[in-house]
Design a protein around this ligand. Sequence first.
Ligand code: MN
Length: 136
Amino acid sequence: MTVAARILLVEDNPANLELVSYLLEAAGHIVLIAEDGRQGLELARKEPPPDLIVSDLRMPVMDGFEMLRHIRLDVALNDVPVIAVTAFSMSGDQTRVMLAGFDGYISKPIVPETFVGEVEAYLKAGRRKADPPADP
Ligand code: MN
């Protein structure tokens, strides 16, 4: 297991919120909870920034895509990886998530046996490097 991290979890579904926070806390991590993108943004901007943000996409008030746009415009949050948890099963939608600038995604429904390992791999990897320019 990796070093305990501060992880911001942004999720509007109470059952998912409970399960994911339970799994992360059981693994020794500190979980900050927000129930929509606006709350998530406010928490992310508190000092110190979280080590990782795990976010749902479809939420009231502010969705995951809009929250990510605000985060990526905030230099104080430049080093924080943001991972989408997505119920989308189409590969095109996963492409959309990556094009939007998320550093990765985990598919819903989450698999409790592997979820923490996936999160910790993203913690270790950090921000995704920009795609290299295409060959001319
Ligand atoms: Mn949702």
